[in-house]
Design a protein around this ligand. Structure first.
Ligand code: AP5
Length: 213
C-alpha cells in the first residue's frame, strides 16, 4: 500500500505511522526523522536543513523532494510505504505524483489527521522521543514504563530541539495553515480521508484502519 499521512505538528503522524507499518507491513518514511538523522551525522543535508527546522519553518521543496525521491527508490519501498510528514506543499505533492506516475503507481490513501491547536501544543510540549527507534512518548499520555527509556526498544528518551516552548510557538505560527492547499489538492483526487485525531491512541488508530479497509 502507498499511504500518505499528513497533519499539523503534533497531530500524531509519527505515532500512528509506526502502528500502521506493523499492520500493513510497509516502511514508515518520515521526512522529519531523515532530516534529524542527517543533522546528527553532520552531513551536508543536515547542515543545509538545521537552520530551517530550528526556526520552525519548512525546509525548501527542492531539498525535501530529492530526499524522498531517493528514499522511495530503495528496495524496501517497492511494495509500498507510509509517508509521514510529506508532502507539505502542493509542489511536493506534484513531485510525488510524478515519481509514482513514472513507476506506473499511484497513492492508495491520504490520511489527514486533524487536532485542535491547543491540544497540539500540549502534545508537543510533553513529548519525549526515542534516540534509537524514533518512537514518540508523552509525559502524560504515553508514559515510559521505565523513566527515560523507550517502551518499544529500551532506547534513551530525549526532548526534540524544536519541542522547546518558544520553538513550538514558531512552528505553530508558521506551519498550522500551510496544509490547506495540500488538503485541497488531495480532496480533488478522491483518496483523501480526514481523520479526527483526538482521543486515545488506539481509538485514533481504529479510525485510520477503518478508512483503509
Ligand atoms: P516532523 O518531524 O515531521 O515534525 P512535525 O510535522 O512537526 O510533526 P511532529 O513529529 O512534531 O508530530 P507528529 O504529528 O508526528 O506527532 P507525534 O506522533 O510525534 O518535521 C520536523 C521539521 O522538519 C519541520 O518543522 C520542518 O522544518 C522539516 N520538515 C519535515 N518534513 C518536511 C517537508 N515535507 N517539507 C518541508 N520541511 C519538512 O505525537 C506528538 C505527541 O503527542 C507525542 O508525545 C505522542 O506521544 C502524543 N500523542 C500521539 N497521539 C496521541 C493521542 N491520540 N492522544 C494523546 N497524545 C498523543
Amino acid at each position: 500500500m502507498r499511504i500518505v499521512m499528513i497533519g499539523p505538528p503534533g497531530a500524531g503522524k509519527g505515532t500512528q505511522a509506526k502502528l500502521l507499518q506493523e499492520r500493513v507491513g510497509v516502511p514508515q518514511v518520515s521526512t522529519g526523522d531523515m532530516l534529524r538523522d542527517a543533522q546528527r551525522r553532520g552531513t551536508t543535508l543536515g547542515k543545509q536543513t538545521e537552520e530551517f527546522m530550528l526556526k520552525g519553518s519548512l525546509v525548501p521543496d527542492a531539498i525535501v523532494i530529492g530526499v524522498v525521491e531517493e528514499r522511495l527508490a530503495e528496495g524496501d519501498c517497492a511494495d509500498g510505504f507510509i509517508l509521514d510528514g510529506f508532502p507539505r506543499t502542493v509542489e511536493q505533492a506534484r513531485a510525488l505524483d510524478e515519481q509514482l506516475r513514472r513507476r506506473g503507481e499511484s497513492l492508495d490513501a491520504v490520511l489527514s489527521i486533524t487536532v485542535p491547536e491547543k491540544e497540539l501544543v500540549r502534545r508537543l510540549s510533553g513529548r519525549m522521543m526515542c534516540r534509537s527507534c524514533g518512537a514518540p512518548h508523552h509525559r502524560d499520555f504515553d508514559r515510559p514504563a521505565t523513566p527515560g527509556r523507550c517502551n518499544r526498544c529500551g532506547g534513551e528518551l530525549y526532548q526534540r530541539e524544536d519541542d522547546r516552548e518558544d520553538r513550538i510557538a514558531l512552528r505553530m505560527a508558521q506551519q498550522i495553515g500551510d496544509m490547506a492547499p495540500v488538503i485541497a489538492y488531495y480532496r480533488a483526487t478522491g483518496v483523501l480521508h480526514e481523520i479526527p485525531g483526538v482521543g486515545p491512541r488506539d481509538e485514533v488508530f481504529g479510525r485510520l484502519a477503518a478508512a483503509l479497509a
